[in-house]
Design a protein around this ligand. Structure first.
Ligand code: ATR
Length: 288
């Protein structure tokens, strides 16, 4: 896969300018010694279809893509095949393009999240999970937690716009059992004080004037606080959790694992530990 001359990989989305994927994947290409480059492809809505039509052309130099907000769901219709997992999620974040220009869609967000939880030694089996948000990132996380064999006991979700949670669950519910998930109308109803894992999937915390959606007194000593935001590395929520002595993680680990898994799909091989380390270090450096 990676041994063609001048192969191009990249990320489509809007916006993509601040993506850390180029630094991570170009670090990997360099370490692997392959003649490939990873680029940003910012696309407006109306540019997506023509972009995919060009991908099908035999002289296209593009052999793999990541897909980010807001196109993860939309591109399902443009690929030739999807993996069973991507089909269940109805969301693609990775596309592999074969020599004969066949496009296969994968989802590495879900396994990326799970692999990060495993690395953190956070077990969700039989636990109570509280989730903030119901956007694209929440989709992968909720679906992952519903599909794994060792499922949580319960997943409560609060979103500012409740209809969005209901739509998400109605959609996922067509292809998986979402009976452990309960949408709630207020943050207080998340029962954070009884939860084991709190996951923020909203964008609240990215802005410099943002304040935590969660009141500090709800953060108890047995809670693990996972904030998908990695820039800033410490959101107000993470700062509060740390000040209360609670274990935390930001989303950099999930970003790393989804990217590693994407690369493994493009390369069709396992990436060895020395290259993995370079990829992860490049992300840390990319943030500073
Ligand atoms: P992503 O793909 O990163 O999840 P998204 O699909 O735009 O991005 O979702 C953003 C999430 O942040 C949504 O859950 C959104 O809530 P709404 O569905 O009500 O819009 C949430 N969000 C963004 N700004 C918010 C705010 N100020 N307060 C509460 N939630 C907010």
């Amino acid at each position: 896969m990676l041994n063609k001359s001048q192969a191009i990989y990249g990320i489509i989305g809007n916006p993509v300018a601040h993506s850390l994927s180029p630094v991570m994947q170009n670090t990997a290409f360099k370490a692997l010694g392959v003649d490939a480059v990873y680029k940003l492809f910012p696309l407006e809505e109306e540019e997506v279809k023509p972009f995919f039509e060009e991908l099908k052309l035999s002289d296209s130099p593009i052999f793999g893509l990541n897909v980010t907000v807001p196109y993860k769901e939309k591109v399902v219709e443009y690929v030739d095949a999807v993996t069973p997992l991507a089909e269940k999620l109805m969301a693609i974040n990775t596309i592999v393009i074969s020599q004969d220009r066949k496009l296969t869609g994968y989802n590495t967000d879900a396994p990326g999240f799970l692999t990060h939880l495993t690395e953190l030694k956070v077990s969700v089996a039989g636990r109570r999970v509280a989730i903030l948000g119901a956007g694209g990132s929440a989709r992968a996380i909720i679906a992952t937690l519903c599909m794994i064999p060792d499922r949580p006991q319960s997943i409560k979700i609060y979103n500012r716009t409740i209809s969005r949670v209901e739509e998400l669950l109605a959609d996922l519910g067509q292809r998986m059992d979402v009976s452990i998930v309960e949408p709630v109308r207020a943050i207080d109803d998340l029962d954070i004080e009884l939860s084991d894992l709190l996951i923020n999937t909203t964008s609240v915390g990215m802005g410099k004037d943002d304040v935590s959606l969660v009141e500090p007194e709800l953060i108890h000593s047995n809670l693990f606080v996972y904030d998908l935001i990695y820039n800033p590395t410490e959101t107000p929520l993470i700062k509060i959790a740390k000040s209360r002595g609670v274990r935390t993680a930001n989303g950099l680990g999930m970003l790393y694992y989804q990217g590693l898994l994407s690369l493994q799909h493009w390369a069709n091989m396992e990436i060895d530990e020395s290259i993995r380390k370079k990829m992860r270090d490049s992300l840390e450096r990319g943030l500073t």
